[in-house]
Design a protein around this ligand. Sequence first.
Ligand code: NI
Length: 194
Amino acid sequence: MAVRRILRMGHPMVARRAAPVPEAELGSERLQALVQDLWDTMRAHDGAGLAAPQIGVGLRVVVFAVEANPRYPEAEPVPATVLVNPGWEPLDNELEEGWEGCLSLPGLRGLVPRHRRIRYWGLDPEGRPLEREVAGFHARVVQHELDHLDGILYPQRMRDLSAFGFEEELERRWEAEREEGRAQVQAVVARPGG
Ligand code: NI
């Protein structure tokens, strides 16, 4: 329905805790319109996910989807999902570092520790419950998006800000490292974030 403006880090809306969607709104046209705007805005920016506060709506709604891309064979696809009033918990204590980006921090990337295996749950826009156990990139995307609902952006999760920078500069660095044969798998960094 509409590609909305994405609010960037520093705007108070992306630093604020969002409110639950009231039960009476489940299945409503207003909620459907919000979800459609999230999809339209996310896809217009080639993102992996988007949370309602990023378009200025203080409700606990996120969307995410990652299609298989032959350019990034290491990045697993994630099914297109809408979550209303979601929650999550880690399945164990294992953390994994991975590169993230965010449409609210355009052009930047950072290395972020996340739980490797999680369970998450939520409602679809009609109010039907959904629950999944996931790992790896899928788990990372969910933790990133659900953080947005609590006003948390990925730099707040980083342990080492020397691994935070502009994508163009980082890619030059990795290119040089690859040529020196010190390459790590950096495919995820090439993916836009949510
Ligand atoms: Ni984000």
